[in-house]
Design a protein around this ligand. Structure first.
Ligand code: ADP
Length: 424
C-alpha cells in the first residue's frame, strides 16, 4: 500500500518530486490527472498525482486537488504532500493558499508547514524570505513572470494574502537546532492558532530536520526539496524497507527513438552531438507547414532505419528559423503545428515498434504523452538530474519514456539515455 500521496500543481514539477523520492529510496509512480474513483492503485511507496493547476482558475485548482486527495486517501496513503514550485509561483488570488486551505480542511489537520526551499537549485529561505541564488525572489526575474509575477520575497506575507488563516515562521536559528526544536516550534505555532508555518531552510540538512519534525503531520506543502527528509521517517517507523534499487525498471524490447520539439540551447546542443552518431531527420516546417504531411515524411524516413540504433527526429531550430515560422503562421499556430506533428510521429513510431522513446521539450512532451494515452509513469533512474527514464502505462503498449524539459541535460544526453537503458 502506498505511504505518501502527493499532489503536484504541474507536470514537470511532479517528475522532479518523483525523482527526489526515488533517489531517497521510495518506489514512485506519477499519474497524470486524478484517477477515477476505483481506478487500480499502482504498486508503489509514493504516488504523485500530476495536475495542471498552477495557473488554473482557483475553483478548478481546488476541486481537482480535492479529487486527487480523495483518490490518494482511498488508495491508502498515510501522509499527503502538496507540491508547488520552489519559486512559490502564485498570485494574491492563489493557487497555493486556496488549495492548501482546502486540503487542510479536508484532512482536518488544522496546520501545515510551507517550505519551497531547494538548496541544490539555489532556492533558500531565511527569515521567511525566499532567495533565488544570492538575490531575493522579487529581484530574480520572477517579478516579471508572465502569469505569476512574484513581487514580494516575504513568504509569510505572500501566503498570508492567499489564505483565510494566518501564517507564522519557524526561523533559521530554530531549524538549525534540528528536528526536535523545529517540531516544538511548529507545535507552538499551531497552538497559537496559525494555519501555516513558513519554514526557513538553507541546506539539505535543514530540509532533513524539517522532514523529521513533520513525521506526524497529515499534510506538508512545499517544493521537491522538502521531500528528501520524508522517506527516512517511513524507514524509521518500519513501514518502508531499505531498497537496493527503488528506480528499477524492466527492460522493454523494441526500437529506440528521440523526438525533439524544444528549441532551447541545451536541446540544440544535444541534437548536434547526437547527429554525429545516429540517423537524424531535421523537419522543415517552413517548407511543409502541414502536420500530417510532416508526420508522413518523418515516418517514411524512419521506415527501414528503426532498429538497434535510435533515430532522432527534430523540429528544433535556432531562433531565426523559429521566428520565420512564427512570422508565417503566427506564434501559437506554429507551436501547435509542430506539437501536432510530433504527437502523430510518436504514435506512428510506436505503431512501428518503438518502445524506448525520449522526448525533448515540456509542451512537446505533454502533446506526445497525451497522444500516446499515457496514464502513469513509474519513475526510474535519472539519465541526468531531473530527467528519469520512466515506464509508461496507459491505453497504448507499455513502454519506456523519458520526458525532458528543454533546458535540462548534458550535451550527450540523448546518447547517454540509450547507453543506460541498453535499448540501442
Ligand atoms: P521547452 O521545454 O524547451 O520550452 P517546449 O516543447 O515546451 O520546449 O516548447 C517548444 C515549442 O516550440 C513547442 O510548442 C514546439 O512545437 C515549438 N517549436 C518546435 N520547433 C519549432 C520550429 N522549428 N519553429 C517554431 N516553433 C517550434
Amino acid at each position: 500500500m502506498p505511504l505518501l500521496g502527493c499532489i503536484a500543481d504541474d507536470f514537470t514539477g511532479a517528475t522532479d518530486l518523483a525523482s527526489t523520492l526515488v533517489r531517497n529510496g521510495m518506489r514512485t509512480v506519477q499519474v497524470i490527472g486524478a484517477p477515477a474513483p476505483g481506478d487500480p492503485v499502482p504498486d508503489a511507496d509514493a504516488i504523485i498525482v500530476a495536475l495542471k493547476s498552477r495557473t488554473a482558475p482557483v475553483a478548478q485548482a481546488v476541486s481537482e486537488s480535492l479529487a486527487a486527495l480523495d483518490w490518494l486517501k482511498s488508495a491508502g496513503c498515510a501522509q499527503f504532500f502538496f507540491k508547488y514550485c520552489s519559486t512559490f509561483d502564485s498570485t494574491d488570488e492563489g493557487n497555493i493558499g486556496p488549495v492548501a486551505d482546502a486540503l487542510v480542511a479536508a484532512l482536518g489537520c488544522g496546520f501545515a508547514l510551507a517550505c519551497p526551499a531547494f538548496p541544490v537549485n539555489g532556492r533558500s529561505i531565511y527569515m521567511g524570505h525566499l532567495f533565488v541564488g544570492n538575490v531575493l525572489l522579487n529581484e530574480s526575474g520572477m517579478q516579471n513572470h508572465p502569469l505569476t509575477p512574484m513581487t514580494d520575497a516575504n513568504l509569510v506575507r505572500v501566503l498570508g494574502r492567499q489564505t483565510s488563516g494566518t501564517v507564522g515562521l519557524v526561523p533559521f536559528a530554530t531549524v538549525e537546532q534540528g528536528a526536535v526544536a523545529t517540531r516544538r516550534a511548529m507545535t507552538a505555532l499551531k497552538e497559537q492558532g496559525h494555519r501555516y508555518a513558513i519554514t526557513d531552510a538553507v541546506t539539505d540538512a535543514n530540509l532533513r530536520a524539517i522532514g523529521e519534525a513533520a513525521e506526524s503531520h497529515a499534510l506538508l506543502t512545499g517544493g521537491s526539496g522538502i521531500a528528501i527528509g520524508l522517506p527516512e521517517n517511513f524507514r524509521r517507523a518500519g513501514k518502508l524497507a531499505v531498497q537496493a534499487n527503488p528506480g528499477a525498471l524492466p527492460d522493454i524490447a523494441g526500437h529506440a527513438a528521440v523526438l525533439a520539439g524544444s528549441c532551447s540551447r541545451a536541446t540544440l546542443f544535444q541534437i548536434g552531438r547526437a547527429r554525429e552518431v545516429v540517423p537524424t531527420l531535421q523537419l522543415d516546417a517552413l517548407a511543409t507547414p502541414d502536420a500530417a504531411a510532416l508526420a508522413q515524411q518523418a515516418l517514411a524516413w524512419a521506415d527501414g532505419k528503426l532498429g538497434a540504433v535510435p533515430v532522432l527526429i527534430a523540429a528544433s531550430a535556432p531562433p531565426e528559423q523559429v521566428a520565420a515560422l512564427q512570422a508565417k503562421l503566427g506564434r501559437e499556430a506554429a507551436g501547435t503545428l509542430i506539437e501536432t506533428a510530433m504527437a502523430a510521429i510518436a504514435e506512428g513510431l510506436v505503431a512501428r515498434g518503438v518502445r524506448n522513446l525520449v522526448v525533448a521539450g515540456g509542451e512537446t512532451s505533454g502533446a506526445v504523452a497525451m497522444k500516446l494515452g499515457v496514464r502513469s509513469l513509474r519513475i526510474g533512474a535519472e539519465i541526468d538530474p531531473g530527467v528519469p527514464w520512466t515506464l509508461a502505462e496507459g491505453s497504448g503498449p507499455t513502454m519506456k519514456l523519458a520526458l525532458k524539459s528543454g533546458n535540462f541535460g548534458a550535451p550527450d544526453f540523448f546518447l547517454k539515455a540509450f547507453a543506460s537503458t541498453g535499448a540501442a
